[in-house]
Every structure is written in C-alpha cells, then in structure tokens.
Design a protein around this ligand. Structure first.
Ligand code: DX5
Ligand code: ZN
Length: 218
C-alpha cells in the first residue's frame, strides 16, 4: 500500500496548524515530524510541546522521526504528545532491540532508520519486531537535498531481506523524493514516501500528492 508522508520541516512554522490541515485536505496519509537535536544532525527543530499542540488539528497518524543522540530519553514525552509511530536511528542505539521493544510496549508503532552509509545488517535480528524500516535517501539534517541514487540498491536489499524472512514490514524513504523519481524508488521496494520540499514547492499540494501516488503505482 503506497502512502505519502509530507514532512512539516518544509512548512511555514508560523501557521503550522493550517499547514497540517492543508496536507490532510491534499490527501496526505500521515504527517512526518522531523525532530532534530543539533547533535546527531547539524540542525535543531522541535520537541514534544509542539507535537502536542498540533495533535488536535488532525486525526492523521503522526510519524515522528527522531534524529537525536538520546532518543530514548524522550520516547514517553513524544508518545504522550500524540505520536503514532516512533522512528529511531540505529546509529545511536547500543541496545536497539531493547529500544524497539520499549516503544512497542508503549502501544505505538516502532521503526528504525538507517543513514545512507549505515549497512543493513543491523536490521537482521530485529526486523520481525519492526513496523517500518526508514532508509534515509539523503544525509539527515535538512530538507531540499538531492536523492542519493545508490540508495536504490539498498532499498532492494532491504526488500529482499523482508521477503526472505516472510515478515510484514513497510519500507519508508526520506530525502529528495519527488514525482520525478518516486517511480524508481517504488520499483526498488519502498512503499511509504516522505516528501518535504516537493510537496511544499508552491505547486498545488493535492496535485503533487496525487501525482506521486500515481507514479509510485506505475
Ligand atoms: C531530512 C528529514 C526529511 C526532510 C525531507 O533530514 O528527515 O524528512 O524533511 O525533505 P525533502 O523531501 O525536501 O528532502
Ligand atoms: Zn524525516
């Protein structure tokens, strides 16, 4: 099932509530929320109070992508604020299995993200516990970067791993996704597409999301 997850990182933060409403009206399937701590990535964004403040605006699932050195210190706060999925980066967690189990026990979806340079082996023994794997298709930290094309091979490898284990895990991609490349990324095996700058580019958002869904299904 193809899903589009617009990232509010590219939205106008002075009217965040309206922006989220407009994404819902435009056919978004979930809201991707990029949390950056200024350590794991060279940028600083938002925390649980903002997530809590926008929770009442929409019923769409909140897909919270934690780009933080210490995500486990904030899991409870993000869940209390209304997260439906929590994505943690494998690079910062020495006890990845324990972290995943903790998130699941709290009753929300648990996902693991990999930076472009991180090998996929880290997924091998946790895959059957996951709801989603996030393959970063740019180096995290900023919107508007260029898709790193060798990630197509990485997506295929994760898809093969999922198929060979016979598990039901979504593959999300994040970074540089647009109507122009979504067909290739989808063909490689991804089914949940984060889109920041392409959705907020000034074009009609409904049209962009519809075009992305059509092209992902080609
Ligand atoms: C990058 C973030 C992304 C970002 C994507 O670090 O994780 O979610 O907002 O933006 P685009 O689609 O512009 O690459
Ligand atoms: Zn993200």
């Amino acid at each position: 099932m193809i899903k589009i997850a617009p990232s509010i990182l590219s939205s106008d933060f002075s009217k965040l509530g309206e922006e989220i409403k407009s994404l819902e009206d435009a056919g978004a399937d979930m809201i991707h929320i990029d949390v950056m701590d200024g350590h794991f990535v060279p940028n600083l964004t938002l925390g649980p109070p903002i997530v809590g403040a926008i929770r009442s605006v929409t019923d769409l699932p909140f897909d919270v992508h934690l780009m933080m050195d210490n995500p486990m210190d904030f899991i409870d706060d993000f869940i209390d604020a209304g997260a439906d999925n929590i994505t943690v980066h494998a690079e910062v967690l020495s006890h990845l299995h324990r972290s995943i189990m903790y998130i699941k026990e709290k009753g929300v979806k648990a996902s693991v993200a990999l930076n472009p340079s991180t090998p996929i082996d880290v997924l091998e023994y946790v895959l059957d516990e996951l709801d989603m794997v996030l393959i970063m298709t740019v180096n995290p930290g900023f919107g508007g970067q260029k898709f790193i094309s060798p990630m197509l091979g990485k997506i295929k490898s994760v898809k093969d791993m999922i198929n060979s284990k016979g598990v039901n895990v979504d593959i999300q991609v994040d970074g540089g996704i647009s109507p122009h490349n979504i067909d290739k990324v989808s063909a490689a095996g991804a089914n949940i597409f984060v889109a920041g700058s392409s959705v907020f580019s000034g074009q009609d958002r409904r049209l962009t999301i519809r075009k992305m869904k059509e092209r992902a299904n080609l």
